[in-house]
Design a protein around this ligand. Sequence first.
Ligand SMILES: Nc1nc2c(c(=O)[nH]1)N[C@H]1C(S)=C(S)[C@@H](COP(=O)(O)OP(=O)(O)OC[C@H]3O[C@@H](n4cnc5c(N)ncnc54)[C@H](O)[C@@H]3O)O[C@H]1N2
Ligand code: MOO
Length: 429
Amino acid sequence: MSTSWPEARRIAAGAAIPLPVTRVPLAEACGAVLAESLSALVDLPPFATSAMDGWAVAGPGPWKVTGQVLAGQESSRIADGEAVEIATGARMPSGAEAVLRRERGFVDPHERLHVGEGEDPHSRPAVPAPQRRYGESAAGSVTTRALRGTELGLPIGTDIRPQGQESRRGETMLSTGTRVTPAVLGLAAAAGYDDLPVHEPPRVTLLVIGDELAASGLPDGARVRDALGPMFGAWLAQLGVRTTLARVADDAGDLLAAVASSPADLVITTGGTARGPVDHVHRVLSELGARLLVDGVAVRPGHPMLLAQHGGTRHHRRFVAGLPGNPLAAVAGFVTLVRPLLRRLSGLDGGGAGAAASHFLPLGDAVRTHPTDTRLVPVSVTDACAAPLRFTGPAMLRGLALADGLAVVPPGGGVVALGAGQRVEVLAV
Ligand SMILES: Nc1nc2c(c(=O)[nH]1)N[C@H]1C(S)=C(S)[C@@H](COP(=O)(O)OP(=O)(O)OC[C@H]3O[C@@H](n4cnc5c(N)ncnc54)[C@H](O)[C@@H]3O)O[C@H]1N2
Ligand code: MOO
């Protein structure tokens, strides 16, 4: 009895429990999923810094320039009427109230800093003046009042990055269940982390079944190239999964040994799910005493897909996902069963950038429905519409290779097509 497509997806997501938590150095954390929320270990920035190269000033100008402070240096307090030359990112001296950008001020021959541009070419700033000068209105005319006003003092806080502007110490910046991306690593480092608590990445054994499959070279005689090993190997790596690939002959004993000896959290098989003379997946699962959670799904392509649980313990479950051999059918099995299961094992809970595996879009063209089964249709996304592609038979990958996603077309019942403009879920591929 086949399971409906939405139910199969729910069963796969609900079957797994997140893998144990471990702390790993930042250099090893990319792709894993945060097992705790990420809070700042310090204020960010940890101290007030200059946002620009120029001068840190205190009180009204003109100012006496008393020294220089570079990024990474400490500086002493400045008093009203004083300034220090300052570099972007340098710690603001105490007493300083604002930063005057280099291109908006000049130092006269008596070491006094003014707002504006100096008359003496030697006193001009090294950096060319911008087209619109400080105190100039957006319309382009310099108003004397604005210039005189700025000479009196810059608005307090000008071009200063205040301490804690981005985050206060202890503030939660990312929630548990966020995928660690390069940006997350950068943020974690800035916030003071050397290692991160993450879920162990799932381990997968990918068993590509079929005597007819060649691993390299041109297909010859009655053999074809294995398309699924390269495709799923790369896809699993993108999901942060450690994968071992093995090719298995159409032999029940070989398959049984390969599944039984795998230490992985999830064994994925491809091929051998139907009822042909050498389709051994069901028999092998039965010999292993595996419990079938999903045995056939009302979806096109991919209806022979299955999911089973075998061995493992109460706290560490182990699974077998049987994907059909037809390549696009195998992809349907991957997005329906494998990806939801792996997301849950990894500890993903839907938070964070790039976490969404699907979104909703209007169809660019009408799509035929299946009376009783969900259809997964390769689509390209143009002008925020999902446009169905050609070359999308179950044995084909040409359409999928151009696709941005798979549109989920629910069973039609009596309705033969979904019209253009109807909104559908689009699964990322
Ligand atoms: N009598 C029936 N026959 C079939 C049915 C059915 O309901 N009744 N379902 C068909 C459907 S739908 C599918 S999908 C396939 C599923 O078959 P299997 O999972 O048993 O897969 P195989 O028979 O091993 O292979 C099918 C097809 O796919 C090619 N293949 C397999 N692995 C790869 C690979 N790694 N790379 C490229 N191509 C691969 C294989 O050569 C076959 O052409 O069953 C239908 N039959
Ligand atoms: O499930 Mo088969 O999916 O139609 O190719």
